[in-house]
Write a protein that binds this ligand. Structure first.
Ligand code: NI
Length: 140
């Protein structure tokens, strides 16, 4: 079994605010900095989605990257791009919009639909800025 790891990159722009209602404004600003700006702010997110699979004898592909592109467009770009993560996105309702929480939510959106194509979601990486990113491999 020669597993190969194939990655597709996608980008989206979205607004958010990090805020904990249990804290006063000073504490929120201290902890979250500019991400607590009351009137929102945006990030240019970049997402790397890596799938794992054995190349098919018929195609030489683990997964057709056109299919992966379409899945990411449907599950990530359409619901997130040019949206407010705190308000507009059904799968983020009631959640904090940190990169960590967002990447877990994106994983949950992608995992099953990729499995339906006979491939395994292996790793996703989400950049909130050029210099800050989170990695998630599923599970605990
Ligand atoms: Ni922010």
């Amino acid at each position: 079994m020669k597993n190969v790891y194939v990655t597709r990159r996608a980008r989206f722009n979205a607004a958010h605010k990090l805020w904990n209602d249990d804290w006063d404004e000073a504490k929120n600003l201290e902890v979250f900095g500019k991400c607590a700006n009351p009137n929102w702010h945006g990030h240019n997110y970049e997402l790397h989605v890596t799938v794992k699979g054995v190349p098919s004898e018929d195609t030489g592909y683990c997964m057709n990257l056109k299919d992966l592109k379409d899945i990411i467009k449907d599950k990530v770009e359409e619901p997130l791009d040019h949206r407010n993560l705190n308000i507009d996105v059904p799968f983020m309702q009631g959640k904090r919009t940190s990169t960590e929480i967002l990447i877990i939510a994106i994983w949950e959106e992608l995992e099953d639909v990729i499995a339906e194509r006979g491939c395994q979601l292996h790793h996703i990486r989400l950049y909130e800025t050029e210099n800050n990113y989170a990695d998630y491999y599923g599970g605990e």
